[in-house]
Design a protein around this ligand. Structure first.
Ligand SMILES: [Ca+2]
Ligand SMILES: [Ca+2]
Ligand SMILES: [Ca+2]
Length: 389
């Protein structure tokens, strides 16, 4: 079955911190073969053609395989009641999470936070526009996210998305997903109750994928303000924007290292549609590729205390095989003032998609987005985590 056939057959959703809006049609088709296209048209990874593990229960760790048991324990689903939810991040005290989710009554993702231990989700974004990529400020007082609610034709944008959804539902058609870099996307911050909304970027073009530095003084983000998506850093109040990368291609998903000196990100500069993990100094120097394989590698995230990164990867070397998105771990080295690639360990092997991993602030837990849920929707999952011996 070709990727295109599979795509037509499947549902699709997409997360923009992760996926490729500018890939060639062939590369895009390869990538999208790994995704589910829902009539809603947002993105998330594919649940996979294979069935979830027999007897998998959304609230127990029955879905954990022997391999996963080497690193994960007490795995459980932490979001429910949404059509889908994902890309979660921990509060600095590890007690709350912030994430994006689609509810039955609105067409685009909105940003929600909730206690990790359980409790009602609370929306902190405005309720309108495409939103993504939330993050807690290190002082636990503010929430960062990207939103397109200032789109001057927002009502038309929403109506078009709803109309497409309704038409697809009527016709049964599964649309090929094509992520728009929403030109009205900007980065905002709000109080924990959603109040005191402040706009941090104002350039026309896609500004999103933002995350604070551990000291709260800087924000790394992705912008295509000059026509090509690149990594930028600005002060936390939006001032003093500096561009770190300038390679042709989608450089995105940046996170600043625990020591504040490095930015890890992913890029398709080497081959369109094949993302690799890179690291660059906060000063824009000493850029190094950490992965170089025949796959898609994205959503890198730093361990808070040990020299590890985790990320999402899938093997795309066989165009006839369905890529299984899983979580990976690399122990990084240091050499001549650079961060260097080290041994790689696979953390998950569930047939459902496992993407967007983040460590808890104490490094003792892992949260990620997975379609291993009993209804195969993408939801946030969480477990105890231990590094390899
Ligand atoms: Ca913008
Ligand atoms: Ca670029
Ligand atoms: Ca998987």
């Amino acid at each position: 079955m070709s990727a295109g056939d599979e795509l037509e057959r499947e549902n699709l959703v997409i997360n923009f911190r992760s996926w490729i809006g500018r890939a060639t049609p062939i590369a895009r088709a390869m990538l999208l073969a790994a995704l589910i296209v829902t009539a809603r048209g947002a993105t998330q990874p594919n649940a996979g053609a294979q069935e979830p593990a027999a007897g998998a229960d959304a609230t127990t760790n029955a879905a954990t395989s022997p391999l996963e048991g080497n690193f994960l324990a007490n795995v459980r689903q932490v979001t429910k009641g949404f059509i889908k939810a994902g890309e979660g991040y921990f509060s600095p005290d590890g007690k709350e999470i912030v994430y994006q989710a689609i509810t039955p009554d609105y067409v685009f993702y909105q940003i929600f936070m909730q206690p990790l231990a359980g409790g009602s989700p609370r929306r902190v974004s405005t309720g309108r526009g495409r939103t993504t990529c939330a993050y807690f400020s290190p002082d636990n007082r503010r929430i960062l996210f990207a939103s397109s609610h200032l789109d001057p034709k927002l009502s038309e944008t929403e109506a078009a998305a709803r109309a497409q959804e309704a038409e697809d539902a009527r016709s049964g058609r599964k649309r090929r997903y094509d992520w728009p870099f929403d030109p009205y996307s900007d980065i905002f911050e709000v109080d924990r109750d959603g109040g005191d909304l402040r706009q941090l970027t104002t350039e026309l073009g896609y500004d999103a994928e933002g995350a604070y530095s551990p000291d709260g003084k800087q924000i790394a983000f992705c912008s295509n303000r000059d026509g090509d998506p690149d990594i930028y850093v600005m002060n936390a109040d939006g001032s003093e924007v500096r561009q770190l990368t300038n390679a042709q291609g989608y450089d995105g998903g940046p996170f600043i290292s625990p020591d504040g000196q490095w930015v890890v990100f992913r890029s398709d500069r080497k081959q369109e549609g094949f993302l690799q993990i890179y690291v660059i100094g906060i000063d824009g120097q000493n850029e190094t590729a950490l992965t170089d394989n025949n796959g898609v590698n994205w959503a890198p995230y730093w361990h808070p205390t040990e020299p590890y990164i985790t990320w999402t990867g899938a093997d795309h070397s066989d165009p006839t095989a369905r890529p299984n998105y899983d979580l990976w771990l690399m122990r990084c080295g240091r050499e001549n003032g650079r961060i260097t690639p080290g041994p790689i360990t696979r953390v998950t092997d569930h047939p459902g998609a496992d993407v967007l991993p983040v460590f808890s602030p104490d490094g003792q837990h892992l949260m990620w987005t997975s379609s291993r849920s009993s209804d195969r929707s993408s939801q946030l999952w969480y477990g105890d985590f231990r590094l390899p011996e």
